[in-house]
Design a protein around this ligand. Sequence first.
Ligand code: NAP
Length: 518
Amino acid sequence: MTFQPHGKHLIAGEWIASDASFASSPAFGPVHRFSSGNAALIERAVRAAEEAFAVFGQTSRESRAAFLETVADEIEARGPQITEIAMQESGLPEARLNGERGRTTGQLRLFASHIRKGDYLDRRHDPALPDRQPLPRPDLRMIQRPIGPVGVFGASNFPLAFSVAGGDTASALAAGCPVVVKGHPAHPGTSELVAEAFHTAIQKTGMPAGVFSLVHGDTHETGIALVTHPLIRAIGFTGSYRGGKALFDLCAARPEPIPFFGELGSINPNFILTEALANRAAALGQAWAASLTMGAGQFCTNPGLVIVQAGAGAEAFINAAKAALEATAAQTMLTDGIAQAYNQGAEKLGAAADTVLSGGAEARKASPVLLRATSAEFLARHALGEEVFGPLGLVVTVTDPAQMLDLARHIEGQLTATLHMDAGDLAQAQTLMPVLERKAGRVLANGWPTGVEVCDAMVHGGPFPASTNFGATSVGTMAIRRFLRPVCYQNLPEGLLPADLLTPNLPTPDLRVGASGA
Ligand code: NAP
């Protein structure tokens, strides 16, 4: 049955309407009205989250795992309705949204199993040494504890996996932190339906109502109120450099600053090394074009930049990419605003580079743009290193491997960096590696960076401006660390210690409780 949104916020178990409203702007299908967020609603949601934290922060790992699994079940129970409204709102195709739903529920279940295992608690124990000279050592135990209410901004480009029930929310809840989501105005109906899944899961598992709230918002007031609320302990964000930086600055300027875990985008450089270029320039050009246009290029890991050595191989690569891009049909973008930003970005970069293939967005449909520049031009024109969200690719030619290395040194922080290499390229790759691993959260060989696996070893982050916190990832189980804080307990009687410090048989490493015979 088709889902009819009622357009309300979900605040601590109640569906609440506000006086002002905004209209959704779907790619196709019916327009719906949604209540607008405001500071008063954020105040209510955050207060309820703080109240819920008193209970939720003390819940067992098992009960939180069961809660996350129930949310996943409830999302699946609404699967066809979620896909239908998400297709309308985002313009993304059915298969992509079904896949993204699987990723979202898989992510919730992964965090459930991750906290059941318990090693994320990183328990440490330095037992008392009462006879140590010249001073005795006290008994010291450490464990990671949840930080309190977390604010999450839904991202426009993954209406499920990076939105209401996305990785930020799943990792914060797994840690034991209540979440207040500021819904993205690009997919409010999808957000409402996912919030409904939370609402049911909270009731089924007996969690405190304030553990999850969704406040819709189409004005900055709502987001600003969330990041500046004194009871909010951290923020998870994926979106533009401009929006993210503004919110990051607000977090830093608070009387009590809080961490802002922002993922602000990247141009994801691809270095094609000498032998790989000689052996398979045309195939690489075609494969790049396919990756660049996937999902209309609306991925933070979109491979926007290729660096190759000038010559016949570079020309073969560019010609093959151009032919493949020309044959790619225009695709619907997520929002009118993103389509406009794509046009503006293409114009700005187009003015700084040579155009190989002109394109852009007409209405909400984007066609690819291909540009080229020399290394000297890239280094001199900062705009060429800026992210253009959409199917825009820039090829930068270098004169030799030394210039490629120099260019790598000048690139800003990235989510990913990719090497395309054959066996004879190992030495060149070895010279690039120490530079690339300082620049990117993930370094790949012979692949394309789109497609971010949700697993233990994943890092989806990187030095600024790729993210605002290079020690963190927003994808994979390590994402939980963002919402934990180490606490040391000195000489406390057992009755005052968190239950997780006393649980026997947790698979913690060398420093596990009692390991040294205390
Ligand atoms: P956005 O403009 O950064 O907005 C993301 C969220 O932040 C929205 O909820 C927005 O809410 C809020 N926001 C933005 N600026 C704000 C400010 N100054 N104060 C308070 N809140 C603010 O991103 P978007 O709407 O998703 O897309 C716009 C552009 O972002 C794209 O063209 C693309 O360049 C980039 N983007 C990048 C990625 C990535 O993965 N790197 C993903 C998506 C988008 P309100 O507008 O309701 O205030």
